[in-house]
Ligand binder design. Structure first.
Ligand code: SF4
Length: 383
């Protein structure tokens, strides 16, 4: 049993040490807020729309390219509205360029990661919501380092906008050039940074120039199961997909694999997920990392099948991408196939996630961990 505080640390809680947040960026504000800021700077309000169109609509952030703005105010507007938030440290590609992983250094030195995955019919990016993570899942590289701080709304949004620009450059061969899907499955527990994550979703789905214009249905928010936040998300006027990282169907094991289970048990978490599905009409994705001899036994497949049968749910089995030196390993393929068979026999829709990006430390936190320890991420295949 992992010994942990039962309530996750919230760096925004009263009395908590305030983390060093980045400068304000236009993606932190809605269009009305941007207009107010631009007016304070002595510019006409419509300049907010012009800069926003460059950033969200044309994916342009270089003031020299904003030729519809008066030359005298271009630099100043860009300085105030588009400060650099993400400094690229590494960008690695694999799967013949269809998977691209970016490691960023933030203004305070924190490292975060994002991944772009190109498919024949879509481009998906996986983004981070926190620098580090306080949830301490023992099989996860990010969880080992703990939480540094919440990302700002703009730091979250900018990962997607930056990678939308990469997609638009046409380098992802065999995929459409437009980013269409965003998953909050990078570093961090999104619902522990609730307000900024919801604001980021609103920016991602608002049409340009307010936002990136993605479909709500193409956005997935993952959580380890912060029950009050799941209920709160259900009450937002959003229809994003909820992905619940369950990883075990029984409390005894889940208490260890997902320590926040010591606070909210499997039954409570699933009840919250079903309430979310009922309120939004969206099928819940149940994420289950397949870990050899830990959670992959046939009886656990049967128990999971009984918990999920007849529910608006889909199981996404994830072959574990083990952290170098960790005691956790992926389940053998025959064990994985038997797990799938039992779930499907129980009437539960089940797929196995592809293993994109393994040779570039695709699991969240592995690239940042390699950077921190000075190891070569490209040479550390964990496949
Ligand atoms: S698996 Fe997700 S929630 Fe758990 S420690 Fe890692 S990043 Fe945090």
């Amino acid at each position: 049993m992992t010994s942990l505080p039962l309530i996750p640390v919230d760096p925004d809680a009263p009395g908590a040490r305030r983390a060093a947040m980045p400068p304000q960026h236009l993606a932190d504000l809605d269009l009305a807020g941007r207009k107010a800021l631009v007016t304070e700077l002595g510019e006409p309000a419509f300049r907010a729309g012009q800069v926003s169109t460059h950033y969200f609509g044309r994916l342009v952030r270089d003031p020299a390219l904003m030729t519809d703005l008066p030359a005298a105010s271009r630099e100043r507007l860009a300085d105030q509205l588009l400060p650099r938030l993400l400094n690229p440290v590494r960008e690695l590609a694999c799967d013949e360029g269809a998977t691209r992983k970016a490691l960023w250094r933030l203004h305070d030195g924190s490292l975060v990661e994002s991944v772009l995955m190109g498919y024949p019919d879509r481009i998906t990016v996986c983004i981070s919501s926190q620098a580090g993570c306080g949830m301490a899942c023992p099989f996860c590289a990010t969880g080992q380092a703990g939480l540094t701080r919440n990302l700002s709304t703009a730091e979250i949004v900018d990962q997607a906008v930056y990678l939308a620009g990469v997609a638009a450059s046409g380098v992802v061969a065999g995929s459409p050039p437009r980013l269409s899907h965003v998953v909050f499955m990078g570093m961090g527990e999104p619902l522990a940074n609730y307000n900024r994550v919801v604001a980021a979703i609103r920016r991602l789905v608002a049409p340009a120039p307010e936002g990136l214009g993605l479909s709500q249905r193409h956005i997935t928010v993952s959580t380890v199961g912060l029950v009050p936040a799941i209920h709160r998300l259900a009450s937002e006027d959003l229809s994003v997909t909820l992905a619940l990282s369950l990883h075990a169907p029984d409390d005894e094991l889940r208490d260890e694999l997902v320590p926040v289970n010591q606070r909210w048990k499997v039954s409570e978490v699933l009840d919250a997920a079903w309430a979310y599905a009922a309120r939004t009409g969206r099928r819940v994705s149940i994420e289950y990392a397949m870990i050899k001899d830990v959670n992959d036994q046939p009886w656990r497949a049967d128990l999971l099948g009984r918990l999920l049968a007849g529910k608006l749910a889909h199981v996404n089995l994830i072959p574990l991408n083990p952290t170098p030196g960790s005691r956790w390993d992926a389940s053998p393929k025959p064990v994985e196939r038997e797990f799938v068979r039992r779930l499907r026999d129980a009437g539960v829709s089940t797929t196995v996630r592809d293993t994109r990006g393994r040779e570039i430390d695709g699991a969240c936190g592995q690239l940042a961990a390699a950077e921190d320890t000075g190891t070569d991420p490209a040479g550390e295949s964990s496949a």
